[in-house]
Design a protein around this ligand. Structure first.
Ligand code: PAF
Length: 284
């Protein structure tokens, strides 16, 4: 696996691969790779001949309200590189902040997806999805992949990226990959390492609460507001500070009504120092 740090080298290497007719997949990451990321890589290998992975902790998506989240985000380059070699990635792009934002983060041209970026996680993290949409657009333009792969754990992010892809006319197929979970059900995330051993056990309650709400909806209960508020109560009792627990339409994240059938329940909740997000999608 080759590692490049400049956009010029990235373009050169991608174009060499393309000349031999290879179909290119892109897996953008912020590093600190775990089994969830490696699953993205597996999916990428199924849809393409060569897999380009980027590792870049993107300052633009953290924002002023992140309370030092950008600075403390785990940076584990050597371990990540090794995992990518073992998993069959072909090219690693590891740019500096100056390479990505030569005029500075403040001055960069931004990509905004209105509406969907301002709800749910967008409420407590203003500007977050502008940061995501902007950096993903830059990666799409740099690599021009045939396919790009993202995790469904960040469900709102995935919908934002699907809209960027469609509305900015990128000829890229975007794949979402189901969330990889620990044995108790906790969704794998780089932020899980902010949990103590005891909190990690307790954190599994988030997924259990999502599953319980799903069961109630599938069994035909129609009082969605009661299901949501019961879930928040359970999370509070389990020691979480919930930001939201909400039943939405799966395609546009608008509040679900009893008439909707394609649903996603999304939750964000703090447990100690960790802000956890999770979701569950289903038809009823
Ligand atoms: O999901 C992530 O790791 C990041 O938001 C992404 C898509 C790599 C953009 O920085």
């Amino acid at each position: 696996m080759q590692t490049v740090t400049t956009i010029a080298d990235l373009r050169r290497q991608v174009s060499l691969r393309r000349q031999s007719g290879a179909r290119i997949a892109l897996v953008p990451t912020m590093g600190n790779l775990h089994a969830g990321h490696l699953q993205l890589l597996e999916a990428a290998k199924q849809h393409a001949d060569r897999v380009v992975v980027s590792i870049f902790v993107n300052p633009l998506q953290f924002g002023d309200a992140s309370g030092g989240d950008f600075e403390r985000y785990p940076r584990t380059f050597e371990a990540d590189r090794q995992k990518l070699v073992e998993s069959g990635a072909d090219l690693l792009f590891f740019p500096s902040q100056e390479e990505m934002y030569p005029a500075g983060v403040e001055n960069v041209t931004r990509v905004e997806v209105p509406g969907i970026s301002d709800i749910l996680c967008g409420v407590s993290r203003p500007g977050h999805f502008v940061g995501v949409a902007t950096v993903v657009t830059k990666f799409f333009n740099m690599v021009q992949p045939d396919v790009a792969v993202f995790g469904e754990k960040d469900y709102q992010q995935l919908l934002v990226i699907r809209r960027v892809t469609a509305e900015l006319c990128f000829p890229i197929e975007v794949f979402g990959v189901p969330t990889v979970r620990e044995a108790g059900g906790l969704a794998m995330s780089s932020r899980n390492q902010y949990l103590s051993a005891e909190e990690r056990q307790r954190a599994a309650a988030l997924y259990r609460t999502l599953q319980a709400a799903k069961e109630r909806l599938i069994s035909g209960e129609g009082d969605i507001a009661a299901i949501e508020s019961d879930a928040e109560k359970i999370l509070n009792e389990a020691g979480f500070c919930p930001e939201y627990f909400t039943v939405c339409r799966a395609d546009d994240l608008q509040p679900a009504t009893v008439a909707d059938t394609a649903l996603v329940i999304l939750a964000a909740a703090w447990l100690g120092e960790a802000r956890l997000i999770d979701n569950i999608q289903f038809q009823r």
